[in-house]
Design a protein around this ligand. Structure first.
Ligand code: NAI
Length: 296
C-alpha cells in the first residue's frame, strides 16, 4: 500500500475552516499544496490564517522558524481551477451541496490527468453520487478530516460504489503518512462519526428548546462531567451552524425523513440570522471581535 509520493502535488479546493487546515496538514507533510477558492481573496485569507497558526507554533517552540518558512513556501494560492492541472491528489472542501460539488468535480475532470485522485471532504453526502456522471468515477473517494484538521487525528476514508481499491488504499496510506489515524467506511449518510454525532446535537438542541437548561450548563455538564472535549453548543459554534445544519438536513433526507435525524428549528433560525458561530463572531455564544477565543 503506497502513499502519495512526497513530490506529488496536492490541491485543495475551498479555503474555509477545513480546506485551510487540510492544506496545512499536506504542506507540513512535505507536499507542495495549491489552495484554490472561488471567492475572491478567500484563498489568500485561508493561507494567512494558516501562517498565523504556524507563527503561534513557533512562539510556543513547537516549530522552528526555518520549518515555518519551508511550510509557507510550499503553500501556494492558485488563481484558477485550471492551475491545478498537475495535481496528483485534489481534496475538495467546499460548501456541503451535492450539486455544487458535482459541478466542481466535472470541471476538475477537464483539467486533471486521468489518474489523479479526486477526494471529497464531505461530512454527509453520498460519495457515490458525487462521483456519478464522471468519466472516471473510480478515482473518487471520501477523505473526511475533522475540525480542526491539523489537530484531529481521525480521518474517514470513504468508499463510493465505484471507488477503486487502489485509490482507497493510496488515501489510507497517505493519511497515515500525514500522521493521521485513518478508518475505512462505506458511503452511507454521515458515515461513522457524523451519524453517531447527530443524536448528540439533536438531543442537546431539544433540551435547549424545551428549556431544560441553558447552552452553557449543558456544555459544562457534557465537558466536565461527561468527559467530552467540547460541549455540543460550543462544538456546533466551532463547526459552523450552516455546515452543521446542512449535514443534519442531508442525513435526514438520505434516511427518508427518519425523525431521529430531524433538523432543529432553533438551529435553522441561527442560520437565517447568519449567526454561524465562531466564523461570524456569534452563534450560541457571542465571540465579539475575537472569534479565536474559547467559548465562555
Ligand atoms: P466553509 O464555509 O468554512 O468554507 C467553504 C469554502 O468553500 C469557502 O471559502 C467558499 O468560498 C468555498 N467555495 C464554495 N463553493 C466553491 C466552489 N464552487 N469552488 C471553490 N470554492 C468554493 O466550510 P467548511 O467548514 O470548511 O466545510 C467545507 C466542507 O468540509 C463541507 O463539505 C463540510 O461538510 C466539510 N466538513 C466540515 C467540517 C466542519 O467542522 N466545519 C468538518 C468536516 C468536514
Amino acid at each position: 500500500m503506497n502513499a502519495l509520493a512526497p513530490s506529488g502535488l496536492v490541491a485543495v479546493i475551498g479555503s474555509g475552516a477545513m480546506g485551510s487546515g487540510i492544506a496545512q496538514v499536506a504542506a507540513q507533510a512535505g507536499h507542495t499544496v495549491l489552495l484554490f477558492d472561488a471567492k475572491d481573496g478567500a484563498a489568500e485569507k485561508g493561507r494567512s490564517g494558516v501562517l498565523a497558526g504556524l507563527d503561534r507554533q513557533v512562539d510556543k517552540g513547537r516549530l522552528t522558524g526555518t520549518e515555518r518558512e519551508a511550510i509557507a513556501a510550499r503553500l501556494v494560492v492558485a488563481p484558477a481551477l485550471a492551475a491545478l492541472a498537475d495535481a496528483r491528489l485534489v481534496i475538495e472542501a467546499i460548501v456541503e451541496s451535492l450539486d455544487v460539488k458535482r459541478q466542481v468535480f466535472s470541471a476538475l475532470e477537464e483539467v486533471l490527468a486521468t489518474d489523479a485522485i479526486l477526494a471529497t471532504n464531505t461530512s454527509s453526502l453520498s460519495v457515490t453520487a458525487i462521483a456519478a456522471g464522471l468519466r472516471h468515477p473510480e478515482r473518487v473517494a471520501g477523505l473526511h478530516f475533522f475540525n480542526p484538521a491539523p489537530v484531529m487525528k481521525l480521518v474517514e476514508i470513504v468508499s463510493g460504489l465505484a471507488s477503486s481499491p487502489l485509490v482507497l488504499d493510496t488515501l489510507y496510506a497517505t493519511a497515515r503518512a500525514w500522521g493521521k489515524e485513518p478508518v475505512r467506511a462505506t458511503s452511507t449518510p454521515g458515515f461513522i462519526v457524523n451519524r453517531v454525532a447527530r443524536p448528540f446535537y439533536a438531543e442537546s438542541l431539544r433540551l435547549l428548546e424545551e428549556g431544560v437548561a441553558d447552552a452553557a450548563t449543558i456544555d459544562a455538564v457534557m465537558r466536565e462531567a461527561g468527559g467530552f472535549r467540547m460541549g455540543p453548543f460550543e462544538l456546533m459554534d466551532l463547526i459552523g451552524h450552516d455546515v452543521n445544519f446542512a449535514v443534519t438536513r442531508s442525513v435526514f433526507d438520505a434516511y427518508f425523513g427518519d425523525p431521529r435525524f430531524r433538523p432543529s428549528l432553533a438551529q435553522q433560525e441561527l442560520v437565517a440570522a447568519r449567526w454561524l458561530g465562531r466564523k461570524t463572531g456569534r452563534g450560541f455564544y457571542d465571540y465579539g471581535a475575537d472569534a479565536s477565543k474559547p467559548a465562555p
